[in-house]
Every structure is written in structure tokens, then in C-alpha cells.
Design a protein around this ligand. Structure first.
Ligand code: 13P
Length: 248
């Protein structure tokens, strides 16, 4: 399983040092692919601290331009240069709060791949979409817009995270059959636009209110290849326990 922690805008660099030391002291190597997506300010410190472990690092965003006049932005090349492995793209918080549109998401994915970063592409429906029975339609649009112009072999470096917006930080989780249905719908889009083989190969994670109690149940749902964890990753002891509790 792939278990990705999205720390969002939490923890100073000193707090991250403490967090990583605590996590590593309880961490069992080789069980899962564990990725810590940290604030930019802690990535170099974290890179030094995780040396020798199999924990991977990710950023939570990158610029939709390659270099130059983009005050305040971070490029794909900069992330690759400091040894970052993953980058989250298209998180709903960025789509809504920072008005990140489909075109920018598509550009960011291409820049990330060019710089040998693995993309965690977040997709998911709003509560309004869900109530209007538009979940599959939303997922199809988001995936097709994001993956426009990519070659099938590039999907090897893309992980899709299904994160229903209404499940993020709410304590609400879709029914197991809903998660399974949405991930099947995601694979169907990949099968139609690329190939059946690619649709079976691509990793699809679930995110949204994953915690220590529900992690293993969700991980066991057919079609789920991993978890994207927000709130429940913030405490290193809890998160290391969550990693242990995922038995799939
Ligand atoms: P929560 O786990 O806090 O619901 O956050 C999910 C998320 O947004 C991860 O990217």
C-alpha cells in the first residue's frame, strides 16, 4: 500500500524535526510506501533526516511555469534538485481557495513529470455534485482535463487520489461501495482514454477523514491501493500507529 501524509500548512521546521524523529523511531521499514508531503520550508531538513530510511518525501504544490518571473513560486526543477520524489497536484484546497484551474493542473503535471517527480493527482466531487448524482461526471472531467496530452507510459508516474471534498476534515466517509464505485469509474476513464492495462496498473488512493480507527477497513476496500491522510498524520505517534494498523 501507498500511505501518503499531507501535512498541509502545519508545523514549523523545528516541529518537523521532532515529528520525523518520533516517526522514524516507531517506523517499520519496507511494510508500505510511506510518503511525507511537507511544507516547502522543511523539505531539505527532512531529506537529511530520512536518509537511510525508505520514507519518501513530497511537496504539496509546484509552479505551473518552469522558471523565471513567478515571484513566490517553487519550480519542479527546484524540487527535483533537492531530492523530492512526489508532488501533490490538484488538491481541492488549491482548486477552491487558490483558484487553480484545469489548465494549470495539466501544466503542473507535465512540469512535474519532466522533472522526474511522481504526481499525486487529487480528484473528487463536492457535496452538491454528489447530491445531484454527478460524482462520476465530475471525476471524468477532472481526470480528462488533468491528463490531457499525456502518453500512456507517463501514467506510471501518476497516482490518483480520490478525495471527495465533503469527506475532507469532516469525519464523514463514503460507504465502501461508493468508494469502490468511484474508483472503478476512475479506472474506466483511464481505460477509455489510454488502455485497459493502464487502468488496472494505475494506483488509486482514497483520502478524506482517514483515521486510526478506519484506516484498515478503508485499505481493505477492493480497488483501494493506498491512503492519503490529512488530520490523522499530524501526530507522529498516531501516524506511525496508523501505518502499522494498515495490514493489507
Ligand atoms: P483529512 O484526512 O483531514 O480529511 O484530509 C484529507 C486531505 O485533504 C488529504 O489531502
Amino acid at each position: 500500500m501507498t500511505i501518503i501524509a499531507n501535512l498541509k500548512m502545519n508545523k514549523t521546521n523545528s516541529e518537523i524535526k521532532d515529528y520525523i524523529m518520533k516517526l522514524l523511531s516507531r517506523y517499520e521499514k519496507g511494510k508500505h510506501e510511506v510518503v511525507l508531503c511537507l511544507p516547502f520550508t522543511s523539505l531539505t531538513t527532512a531529506k537529511f533526516l530520512i536518509d537511510g530510511s525508505d520514507v519518501k518525501l513530497g511537496a504539496q504544490n509546484l509552479c505551473d511555469d518552469e522558471s523565471g518571473k513567478n515571484t513566490g513560486e517553487i519550480s519542479g526543477e527546484m524540487l527535483h534538485d533537492i531530492g523530492i520524489n512526489y508532488v501533490i497536484i490538484g488538491h481541492s484546497e488549491r482548486r477552491t481557495k487558490y483558484k487553480e484551474n484545469a489548465k494549470a493542473i495539466n501544466k503542473k503535471i507535465k512540469i512535474a513529470l519532466k522533472n522526474r517527480l511522481k504526481v499525486v493527482l487529487c480528484v473528487g466531487e463536492s457535496l452538491a455534485d454528489k447530491n445531484l448524482l454527478k460524482t462520476f461526471e465530475t471525476l471524468k472531467t477532472q481526470i480528462e482535463d488533468a491528463l490531457k496530452g499525456l502518453y500512456e507510459n507517463e501514467l506510471e508516474n501518476i497516482v490518483i487520489a480520490y478525495e471527495p471534498i465533503w469527506a475532507i476534515g469532516s469525519g464523514k466517509i463514503p460507504l465502501a461501495k461508493e468508494i469502490e464505485g468511484s474508483i472503478k469509474a476512475i479506472r474506466k476513464v483511464i481505460a477509455n482514454d489510454f488502455s485497459e492495462k493502464a487502468s488496472q496498473k494505475i494506483e488509486v488512493l482514497y483520502g478524506g477523514s482517514v483515521d486510526n480507527k478506519n484506516c484498515n477497513t478503508i485499505a481493505k476496500i477492493k480497488e483501494v491501493d493506498g491512503l492519503l491522510v490529512g488530520g490523522a498524520c499530524l501526530d507522529a505517534v498516531n501516524f506511525s500507529q496508523l501505518i502499522k494498523d494498515v495490514k493489507v
